[in-house]
Write a protein that binds this ligand. Structure first.
Ligand SMILES: Nc1ncnc2c1ncn2[C@@H]1O[C@H](COP(=O)(O)OP(=O)(O)O)[C@@H](O)[C@H]1O
Ligand SMILES: [Mg+2]
Length: 508
């Protein structure tokens, strides 16, 4: 057998699937695509997570686009973090050209253009489906970790949540939690100490400062109602295609803390909402985090541990998480070691450090008789990548250099009119466009303080009256009605989901 025939058998043997699969591209040998050596990825192991890495301009985002498209065709919805703003085009058909025709002829895959069912999600003021979460949904554990609190401060946070729980004070937005802390270190200090023990004003001060810091990154627009229901990410259109939910995050690049907060809360909410499934023939949802270095670069140690834990656990819920980043070393090794699929686009070898990274990266790939991994890493063309995935038995597939198929949808952004069009036909935009400010902690405490003040001035007035009427026979004694601090039981779905936090169960 010739080397090429050997290779053909090697790849086709290593990438066979009994169950359903998607094709990401065709294999390359000695710089040439070999027809009909299709890189088939079994749907069954997609929940084992993955990485798409490579230098700028090597094709990472297009690989993500191809991936999400192929999933959609299999009825698998996805959520993609569009940090650079170049993914909205997936809603409209692409344009066929010679480059694409040639590419598909080489790997021998048919090509058609197609637009996909898309929802545009936002956590800012951009048009689209607004994604929000309440402070209650975070729970004391996660909220403390996001604020990077130490154990003492986190303990105080638990007390605060417990107090709100006992007193039916809903924690919806950051204003609520701020107000509660202010109240419990001021007017409500005695009340708190009686029931729950003392809280140091210094620690409370630190917590308040950290909340304000988070607000300054623009987080307040992300906390609140209408809180997002995760099941809305898992929709299919009338033809059975999975929705590609494009999360537009263009304005978040300079706000890493907000990005990691948002990602963590989202993963936690997904984890908490979805039932345990065990191994399934295909995933329920796939999450792609483009420019993933942003969530890791400034995340605190506890936050990283939290991400690690969730990534580990979320698999059994049928959710695959894929990180897209320039350098695989951007991903902390405990996360990296959990990733079943690796798609590595070209790396550049400019500096000694680059060369070290290339060596380390190539050490993470299976050995191959057909490639010198280090050499391949620097010689891959645009839209080409080294790949290894997990086969249906969970064993790594052979290393292959892959020519990635071209996206069927547009490799560019949507125009403003097209965005308006997508939002106009969305079923979710109106559902989440309402800003609800329910009667929550801030309003309730304001009333409580106001009524305490009213009581005080009433008492003072009474004393004056009593003085004036002293000596005269009393005719009536008006009994003062106790003003209850809790005037209304919060009925928000959020509250029912449990103020004590979504993660206390999961994180033990
Ligand atoms: N699979 C592909 N098919 C066709 N063209 C591609 C493919 N991958 C990359 N390209 C070309 O390379 C350019 C850069 O790709 P992109 O995914 O934006 O790079 P990165 O995200 O790594 O910076 C694209 O605009 C496109 O022209
Ligand atoms: Mg990119």
């Amino acid at each position: 057998m010739s080397r090429k025939e050997d290779f053909f058998t090697h790849i086709n043997g290593g990438y066979t699937c009994k169950g359903d699969y998607i094709i990401l591209g065709g294999a390359i040998l000695d710089g040439e695509a070999v027809a009909d050596t299709h890189i088939k990825i079994p749907l069954k192991t997609l929940n084992r997570h993955g990485l798409i890495a490579g230098a700028t301009g090597t094709g990472k985002t297009k690989t993500l686009q191809v991936f999400a498209e192929q999933l959609s065709l299999k009825g698998i919805p996805s959520l993609v973090m569009d940090v650079k703003g170049d993914l909205s085009g997936v809603a409209r058909p692409g344009a066929e050209n010679d480059f694409i025709r040639d590419r598909h002829a080489k790997i021998n895959l048919p090509y058609t253009t197609l637009g996909f069912p898309v929802e545009l999600l936002t956590i800012s003021e951009q048009n689209g489906v607004r994604l929000r979460a309440t402070v209650s949904e975070f729970g004391p554990v996660l909220f403390s970790r996001i604020l990077d609190l130490n154990d003492t401060q986190a303990g105080i946070m638990s007390i605060i949540f417990k107090y709100c729980d006992d007193n039916k004070l809903g924690l919806i937005d950051l204003k609520d939690i701020r107000k509660v802390i202010q109240y419990l270190t001021g007017e409500g200090k005695e009340e708190l100490e009686k029931e729950y023990g003392a809280v140091s004003p210094a620690s409370a001060g630190v917590i308040l400062r950290k909340i304000i810091e988070l607000e300054q990154q623009g987080a307040e627009r992300f906390f609140g109602e209408q809180s997002f229901e995760i099941t809305d990410l898992m929709r299919r259109d009338s033809n059975g295609k999975g929705y590609i939910n494009v999360m537009r995050l263009t304005d978040i690049q300079d706000k890493p803390k907000l990005f990691s907060t948002f990602m963590l809360s989202l993963l936690a909410e997904v984890y908490n909402t979805m039932p345990e499934r065990g191994d399934q023939p295909k995933p329920e949802l796939m999450i792609f985090i483009d420019e993933a270095h942003l969530i890791f670069s400034q995340a605190s140690k506890v936050l990283l541990e939290q991400i690690e834990t969730i990534v580990k656990l979320i698999r059994s819920k049928g959710v695959g998480v894929y990180f897209i980043t320039q350098n695989p070393m951007d991903v902390p090794s405990p996360v990296l070691s959990q990733l079943g699929m690796k798609i590595q686009h070209a790396l550049r070898a400019f500096t000694a450090n680059d060369r070290k990274d290339i060596r380390l990266t190539s050490d993470n790939f299976p050995l191959s008789d057909f490639y010198n991994t280090e050499e391949a890493l620097t010689s891959l063309g645009t839209g080409e990548a080294l790949v290894t995935a997990l086969n249906e038995k969970g064993i790594p597939t052979p290393l292959a250099a892959m020519m990635v198929r071209a996206p069927m949808s547009r490799m560019d952004v949507l125009s403003a009119e097209e965005i308006a069009d997508v939002n106009g036909s969305s079923q979710l935009v109106t559902k989440y466009s309402r800003t609800i400010d329910p009667d929550s902690a801030a309003e309730m405490l304001e009333r409580k303080i106001a009524s305490a003040e009213a009581r005080r001035s009433e008492d003072a007035a009474r004393k004056v009256r009593e003085k004036e009427t002293a000596g005269r026979p009393r005719t009536t004694t008006r009994r003062r009605t106790a003003t209850s601090p809790v005037v209304k039981v919060l009925t928000s779905a959020t509250f029912i989901r449990g103020v004590m936090g979504i993660l206390t169960r999961a994180m033990k």
